[in-house]
Design a protein around this ligand. Sequence first.
Ligand SMILES: [Zn+2]
Length: 324
Amino acid sequence: MNVRIKEIAIAFILGAVFPAMLFSSFYKIHFQEPASTTQPTETENTTSEKKKIYISVLMKDGRIEELELETYLTGVLLREMPASFEIEALKAQAVVARTYTLRRYERGGKHIGAIICANASCCQGYCTEDEYIQSGGSQASLDKIKSAVMETANQVIVCNGALIEATYFSCSGGMTEDAEAVWGNPVPYLQATSSPGEETATHYVDTKSFTVAQFTSLLGINVKSPSGKWIKNITYTDGGGINTVEICGVEFKGTTLRKKLGLKSTAIVMTVVGNTVTVTTKGYGHRVGMSQYGADAMAVQGSLYPEILSHYYKSTEIVTYDTD
Ligand SMILES: [Zn+2]
């Protein structure tokens, strides 16, 4: 009787449990993460080696190229951060770009047939190693960028186990911005934070002048007798940007001003003298997430890339990306 039970148990394990276990691991490999329709099919890998991930990139000329992730990231860094920056800033940038890319890989990007595009003002800039060298980049700079990517291989930033939306930008002007102030929705790890040491950045401060007629025309408003008092009731965001401002009785968001006036950031100061409106901005970009110049300034002061990343992305951690 006991032998019979044993035989039934073994038959049950072989017939039901073992196939279920196989299906379970198959399910985990193939269906655990939501995949976009543009995601390339990965080859089944039965070895313990990590599977290579390929990213479909929409190039500026309209072609779509499939690039191995780490190769793609080298091309992103070549375009997105100067090789003259500190190696720890470059490593931070590599982890940020990898996280930004893999989040789109998992969830699908906004481009038809591609995970991401090579336009820096839309997704992430990109250039090939050949293009970099041909445009005057040195082999030493290329090697430095490559080492930043390789030395952080597979490392990504997560919050509560999920890849974060790792936004980044050039220069904050001293303070980064809340995600909510720019895009309307709060993101716990994208909060306004100080970002000192950026004073040498090209666009730390910018000034743009308009005639009153140009200024009001760009905003689509009328002012009959301009004086300093027609710009009033300014409220500010936690990151030092304009939240709202009343101009000739019309309320504008800081983000709207930036767009309509073609400004570098929403950290705006406006002064009216006579017929001229002078607009001064601090920083360059949306100012949400990691400041590239701020990251370099932290690295100069001795911060390693994990410290840089935890400064700009609150309550996050660095983990190894699981390709299974
Ligand atoms: Zn894009």
